[in-house]
Write a protein that binds this ligand. Structure first.
Ligand code: NAD
Ligand code: UDP
Length: 313
């Protein structure tokens, strides 16, 4: 029989965190979901509240917390540009102080700890597709820097706690992931386009829409994260997790209009500062070490996500 672990998920009431809670509760683990409800909400985990192996803690990760756990998934941090830019100083604090607090806890209770890092650590990449050994092209003083540099510093802290204190770490670099439970006002491209298409409102493409992203469906991503946590201790990562199928933002808009049969028009607005021109993960390392690759294609994932938004709008 599989061992039941006490697992802490920070940011557990957010989009990815709530799906992770579902999977780990389903597997029978004791799950502690910690969140300050900045971008997440109780509604994302309310269906788990009656379960004996699920607990919800309202806490801000910038403050230390002492818990007895075996594993920590550190996801707390707003992920959408409009939200992480609203209070950029707080975003840095959440990434950096949050990492220090969770690494300190992991050290104290000898827990395994996984960091939800991001493709943003590659910045506006000059290497394409991005491999884990690429160091990135990040502006230190731009409007995205609070998120990018906060996450980069968190990676540094993970590896320093590993080298200095033998903390058992895992680092995954997540590329654009979408799916049910994204907040309608999340602000990221997939949810924005779907919500506007379903309401027959204009879809706003920033820039000329020729910038690219590679979109991963949430179930695939969660599977990759869990495989990484359960993989061999020697494999700390960082490892890219994402779907390598690359699309322009204009292509994404057109796909969503087609699937929804929307009457929305595509309109254009200026490209935000430092918006990466291209992004595509090289996932050969994840395949080699974790035997992981995504299985849900964009059309199928969009249909599921659109189905979700149809029920909540
Ligand atoms: P999300 O905004 O839905 O979830 C983040 C959660 O963290 C929310 O529930 C929020 O309330 C919580 N949170 C924020 N600040 C906190 C604080 N100080 N203390 C406690 N909780 C706090 O975003 P998501 O897409 O679910 O992202 C989860 C994690 O994955 C983030 O760390 C993000 O950087 C990372 N990530 C996500 C993607 C993606 O495409 N979804 C890509 C790369 C990295
Ligand atoms: N984008 C857009 N319209 C929107 C939201 C985003 O054209 O309503 C673009 C944005 O400029 C970026 C891409 O879509 O080029 C992905 O944006 P998102 O905020 O989802 O994620 P990130 O830029 O962090 O990858």
């Amino acid at each position: 029989m599989k061992t039941q672990n006490r697992i802490l998920i920070t940011g557990g009431a957010g989009f990815l965190g709530s799906h992770l809670c579902d999977r780990l509760v389903e597997e029978g683990h004791d799950v502690l979901c910690l969140d300050n409800f900045f971008t997440g909400g109780k509604q994302n985990v309310s269906h788990l509240l009656g379960k004996p192996n699920f607990e919800l803690i309202r806490h801000d990760l910038v403050q230390p917390i002492f818990l007895e756990v075996d594993e920590i998934y550190n996801l707390a941090c707003p992920a959408s540009p409009i939200h992480y830019q609203r209070n950029p100083v707080k975003t840095v604090k959440t990434s950096v102080m949050g990492a220090i607090n969770m690494l300190g806890l992991a050290k104290r209770v000898k827990a395994k700890i996984l960091q939800a890092s991001t493709s943003e650590i590659y910045g506006d990449p000059n290497v394409h597709p991005q491999k884990e050994d690429y160091w990135g092209n990040v502006n230190t003083i731009g409007i995205r820097s609070c998120y990018d540099e906060g996450k980069r510093c968190a990676e540094t802290l993970f590896f320093d706690y590993h080298r200095q204190n033998m903390v058992n770490i895992r680092v995954v670099r997540i590329f654009n992931t979408y799916g049910p439970r994204m907040h309608p006002n999340d602000g990221r491209v997939v949810s924005n386009f779907i919500v506007h298409a379903l309401k027959n409102q204009d879809i706003t493409v920033f820039g000329d829409g020729m910038q690219t992203r590679s979109f991963c469906y949430v179930d695939d991503l969660i599977e990759g994260m869990i495989r990484m946590m359960n993989g061999p201790d020697e494999f700390t990562g960082p490892v890219n997790l994402g779907n390598p199928a690359e699309f322009t933002i204009l292509e994404l808009a057109e796909k969503i209009l087609k699937i929804t049969g929307s009457r929305s028009k595509i309109v254009f607005a200026p490209l935000p500062q430092d918006d990466p021109r291209q992004r595509q993960p090289d996932i050969s390392l994840a395949f080699e070490k974790l035997n992981w690759k995504p299985s849900v294609e964009l059309n199928e994932g969009l249909e599921k996500t659109i189905g979700y938004f149809e029920t909540i709008l």
